[in-house]
Unconditional design. Structure first.
Length: 333
């Protein structure tokens, strides 16, 4: 159904996000993905699972309601961006609810909340990511005083048809990470191998790793390490495969003193073979446009996937005099 051109603002109200909103939010987000002609989003069950976790700790969520229908949804929470703390800003507006007069009912208090979270945590900027195929929300973000960052998150996919053979260098072997006891060490290692975060982006948060490991059908092979004969870990790969579905290779990392020996390539090609044997349709990956790892993925047969490519929009937490955010200054002060 196409939404009416102009929504009477009087009929709308904004209120805090509740755990029971999972269904309404999942429907809103699914409609948005359909509108974009793309795939993704989370099922009602996955949204329920997420809302049951502490993912919003230190932040908050808001919904815009028209009667009992959720027509807008936003959240803000502390996160990381290029090696620094940031406030992550999430926003989905239903078609027909993206005019300034309408969306401000949600976006003004959301921006205020983002600025409050930033102040509380001494953070200087707010960051939002949007799919490149989304041309609906960027104008809203510009109205709110955000500016686009030159770096994007490149999406890649591999059809698993031809997988180059990349064996490990001699003396090294793969093994599944020993979870949960090895999880903190694995996270520490991944945090240290991301040694140029301006160009590489951020390693996966431990809370997200726990979410992957808790998914039904999780297989220990999804979190592999490479170790030498002394048990020293040289690298790792973490994969968020949904059983029966496509797959996402989320993160590969190799210790600096072991790089350029083919370990990263061996980890990725090992994972591709495992995914294929499991019946996956494709493998997916994403990385900053400035990450040299794009060459590694390209050489192994990954190709750009625009549906999973994201643009980033950033905003200082202080209102800039020359920014035409169109919002009230009360909302930003
Ligand atoms: C990306 C990373 C995993 C590569 O690990 P690696 O073991 O060095 O990778 P490989 O030895 O298999 O390299 C494969 C190819 O990638 C390219 N490559 C990797 N590192 C490179 C670098 N620093 N400069 C230029 N090319 C590079 C090269 O083409 C290389 O092949 P070559 O050595 O024959 O020229 C490692 O650099 C790393 O941990 N980076 C930090 C974490 C990260 O950014 N991960 C990717 C995002 S998920």
């Amino acid at each position: 159904m196409t939404a009416p051109e102009t929504i009477p603002a009087d009929d709308l109200r904004v209120r805090p996000l509740r755990q029971a909103d999972a269904r309404g939010v999942a429907v809103l987000v699914a409609d948005y993905f359909t509108e974009l002609g793309t795939i993704g989003g989370m099922s009602v069950e996955q949204t329920e699972q997420l809302f049951a976790t502490s993912w919003l700790e230190g932040g908050c969520g808001l919904v815009l309601e028209n009667g009992s229908e959720i027509t807008g949804y936003g959240f803000v929470r502390p996160s990381r961006w290029k090696g620094s703390d940031t406030v992550q800003f999430g926003l989905t507006l239903k078609q027909g609810y993206r005019d300034r007069q309408v969306h401000r009912i949600l976006t003004d208090p959301l921006l205020t909340a983002a600025i409050e979270v930033a102040r509380e945590h001494r953070i200087n900027n707010i960051c939002m990511h949007l799919r490149v195929c989304d041309t609906c929300h960027p104008p809203v973000m510009l109205e709110l005083g955000f500016q686009e960052d030159p770096v994007s998150m490149l999406g890649f996919s591999h059809d698993l048809k031809a997988i180059p053979n990349r064996p490990l260098p001699q003396g090294l072997r793969f093994r599944p990470a020993r979870l949960p006891e090895e999880s903190p060490a694995l996270m520490d290692m991944m945090a240290s191998v991301f040694d140029d975060r301006d160009r590489q982006g951020e390693p996966l948060a431990e809370s997200y790793l726990a979410l992957i490991a808790a998914k039904p059908g999780f297989d220990p092979e999804q979190m592999l390490v490479v170790e030498d004969s002394n048990g020293m870990v040289a690298g790792s790969i973490i994969d968020a495969t949904a059983p029966g579905g496509n797959s996402s290779i989320l993160q590969v990392g190799v210790r600096r003193d072991h790089r350029r020996r083919g370990i990263g390539s061996a980890l990725v090609s090992r994972q591709l073979n495992w995914l294929k044997a499991r019946g996956a349709g494709a493998a997916l990956a994403g990385m900053f446009s400035t990450n040299i790892a794009a060459t590694l993925f390209w050489r192994l047969g990954f190709r750009p996937d625009p549906q999973r490519t994201f643009r980033f929009f950033l905003r200082d937490t202080a209102p800039a005099a020359n920014q035409n955010h169109g919002g009230t200054d009360d909302a930003l002060s």
